[in-house]
Design a protein around this ligand. Structure first.
Ligand SMILES: [Fe+2]
Length: 283
């Protein structure tokens, strides 16, 4: 039974009561979709073209299909993949099996790379086929694997995961080890960031985009970088040290599995990360 949550703003768009509060819709429609009573709701109806695009993105990526509209229009073409910056896209179609984690696509000359995976769905397959397929699947950690195996098999892609998290991805072809960064390609660096899980890895693309899995995210509520102790499954002390180490690397865009993604001037990103690390030491 699909029921509209009563706290939604009146109008065409709403979130139903099956919402699992994964937060994914709020990450792509900040301010428009907000948390209320332990789930997402529409705080107001989308009006501008940009807001309507945000609502459609939320509808297509919600893992429980809880973002709904009473009109029967189809999503505008090009809703996903959503271009975030040069050669980097959000894939959408988040999987319930990864609790709604975001996944991304990098359209590289050396072969396209998927960071974590969406649910298996034809629109993503078509989008990849239109962009010369898929060469690499980069798994940030064991929680956000979703349908990575099926995408990798379909496109014949290599799959990277860290040794400590590999049990959940026995199909992986390339096992990262230890704590030292591994250069996957000239434009791709794997940086182990143990903490959230023992085998968490951040992937740095083009010395500007850092794919952080669930180790580091942008909080639209706090308007700042954030890490979550309540969702740290391995070691908060290690996660703190791992994030401190990220200060050694250049990046201006944080792209998160759970939580928001945000681009900032590199100096501001670095200062915010340093401040976050100091806050983490106090927790
Ligand atoms: Fe996770």
């Amino acid at each position: 039974m699909i029921e509209r949550h009563p706290k939604n703003a009146p109008g065409d768009w709403y979130v139903d009561t099956r919402c699992t509060d994964c937060g994914a819709a709020r990450n792509v429609a900040p301010g428009l979709i907000v948390e209320q009573d332990g789930q997402s709701i529409f705080a107001r109806q989308p009006k501008t073209k940009a807001e309507i695009a945000m609502a459609w993105r939320a509808r297509l990526l919600c893992p429980t299909a809880s973002v709904r509209t009473e009109n029967r229009n189809e999503a505008p073409p090009g809703t996903f993949p959503e271009k975030l910056t040069e050669k980097v896209y959000r894939l959408g179609y988040n999987a319930a099996s990864s609790y709604g984690a975001h996944s991304f696509l990098i359209t590289r000359n050396g072969g396209n790379a998927m960071v974590d995976a969406p649910r298996w769905t034809k629109p993503v397959v078509k989008a990849l086929e239109e962009r010369r397929g898929l060469g690499l699947v980069l798994l940030t950690h064991q929680d956000d694997i979703a349908d990575a195996e099926r995408y990798a098999a379909h496109f014949g892609a290599r799959v990277f995961i860290h040794q400590a998290d590999r049990a959940r991805a026995p199909f992986a072809t390339d096992i990262l080890t230890g704590r030292e960064p591994t250069r996957i390609a000239e434009d791709l660096l794997a940086i182990p960031v143990p903490g959230h899980t023992k085998g968490s890895v951040a992937f740095l693309y083009d010395e500007r985009c850092l794919f952080t899995g669930d180790s580091l995210a942008w909080s639209f509520e706090e308007n700042d970088l954030a890490a979550w102790k309540d969702y740290c499954w391995h070691s908060w002390a290690e996660q703190t040290r791992s994030l401190a180490r990220l200060l050694e690397f250049p990046f201006s865009f944080v792209l998160a599995g759970h939580g928001g993604s945000r681009e900032l001037p590199q100096t501001e990103m670095r200062a915010r990360l340093a401040a976050l690390v100091e806050r983490m030491k106090q927790e």
